[in-house]
Design a protein around this ligand. Structure first.
Ligand code: COS
Length: 384
């Protein structure tokens, strides 16, 4: 399918694909097994100028948007859905600054992210605040020209590896959704530490840790937007980054499909390549169709977001739900096509199936996405 990417987008996609094939594919299984964080791959991305594709030129980036970020995530995830997260998780941690940071904050933090010197992370989730994002217990108490943070964030992608954290904390519980605020916290701030590295089912080359705040003092200049805007910062960020998760899912699905197609041409049973059997052909046809449908939805959503329109919750949620469900189905079918070999860790599709699962869960479960879509549908009907 032709997607009418502009010259720069074509270049970004090709460059990311080359890095995926040449640098990521050869190490993906080893990094997964040993849980190795891809510091070297981040350096390759940085040397290729890809780390800042979604950051304004003024702050050292290439001046693209969600679309450019998603193209990179898709291609990297085709080779490894875990390794791609060092980049994608940084995007999630950076977008609150891009969307809500003032000039000083952008000038201080974005150039180091754009050149790949520093990674970022987003701290919203807590033990009792997952789908119910407003259940956050971490507090930020104003004290002179500082805020004092106390609490623990859970399952934070890039936790411990990132230098820059955007964190949502409660500043006034009585105010409900208006009682949260967003902050930038630097890694070496006293009172800020990390929990153990989580042992995960998939995306094992990505690091996931707790962020622990114990009387952690941060300057008031690190407040993003205004006090009370933290919930909106989180929601508006997630509206824009969910297509990134969708792209991760799309890349994983594409990677699994390519493995299954290749295998079906090589594997001979009953005297014929299994690709000659209609049962396999129909599975491959469905996989390819679902992948292309996901790609259409994601690309269109990204273009819509980058055009600057405000109400993008619905299509953002749709692309995340659809692509992640496709990834789960396609990777499961890829394992099926490879049969016994597909179930073995020696072949890549077993890992892809494990990696796909998280895309149905994080940045808002698919159940939450369906709630968001349904609410938007009903809201639109009421307006008529
Ligand atoms: N954009 C802007 N504002 C939004 C918004 C959005 N997408 N979604 C909600 N809001 C606003 C509402 O308009 C409301 O504002 P007012 O108080 O001015 O009316 C406020 O935020 C509270 O909204 P709501 O009552 O809908 O909040 P809920 O607590 O019911 O939660 C969901 C809404 C479920 C959508 C939210 O909790 C959510 O997204 N959960 C998933 C979180 C998530 O993705 N977690 C994964 C971890 S992050 S990696």
């Amino acid at each position: 399918m032709k997607y009418f990417l502009n010259e720069e987008q074509e270049m970004i996609k090709e460059l990311a694909a080359k890095i995926a094939d040449e640098k990521i594919k050869p190490v993906a299984l080893e990094y997964d097994e040993k849980g190795i964080f891809p510091t070297g791959i981040v350096k390759v991305l940085a040397d290729s100028d890809l780390c800042g594709v979604y950051i304004e030129e003024q702050y050292g980036g290439l001046g693209g948007g969600i679309f450019e970020m998603s193209l990179v995530v898709e291609e990297l995830s085709r080779a490894c859905g875990g390794i791609s997260l060092a980049f994608a998780g940084t995007g999630l941690g950076t977008f609150p600054i891009i969307l809500f940071g003032n000039h000083e904050q952008k000038q201080k933090y974005l150039p180091d992210i754009a050149c790949g010197k520093k990674l970022a992370a987003f701290g919203l989730t807590e033990a009792n605040a997952g789908s119910d994002a407003a259940g956050i217990q971490t507090t930020a108490v104003s004290d002179g020209d500082e805020y004092v943070l106390n609490g623990t964030k859970q399952w934070i992608t890039n936790g411990g590896e990132a230098d820059i954290y955007t964190v949502i904390a409660c500043t006034n519980r009585a105010k409900g959704a208006r009682g949260f605020s967003a902050f930038i916290v630097e890694k070496d701030t006293p009172g800020f530490s990390f929990g153990k590295k989580e042992d995960k089912m998939g995306i094992r080359a990505s690091v996931t840790r707790e962020l622990i705040f114990e009387d952690c003092r941060i300057p008031k200049r690190n407040l993003l937007s205004r006090e009370g805007m933290g919930f909106m910062v989180a929601m508006k960020t997630l509206d824009r980054t969910r297509p990134g998760v969708a792209s991760q899912a799309l890349g994983i699905a594409q990677g699994a499909f390519e493995e299954a197609l290749k295998y079906s041409r090589e594997r001979v049973q009953f005297g014929h390549a299994i690709s000659s059997f209609q049962a396999i052909q129909h599975m491959l046809a469905d996989m390819a169709t679902q992948i292309e449908a996901a790609r259409c939805l994601i690309y269109q959503t990204c273009k819509h977001i980058d055009s600057g329109v405000k109400s993008i919750s619905q299509e953002s949620a749709m692309s995340k739900v659809f692509a992640s469900d496709v990834a789960m189905k396609v990777t499961t079918d890829a394992v099926q096509i490879l049969g016994g070999y597909g179930y073995m860790k020696e072949y890549p599709v077993e890992k892809m199936m494990r990696d796909a699962k998280i895309t149905q869960i994080y940045e808002g479960t698919n159940q939450i996405q369906r709630n968001v879509i349904a609410l938007e549908l009903i809201k639109a009907l009421k307006k008529k």
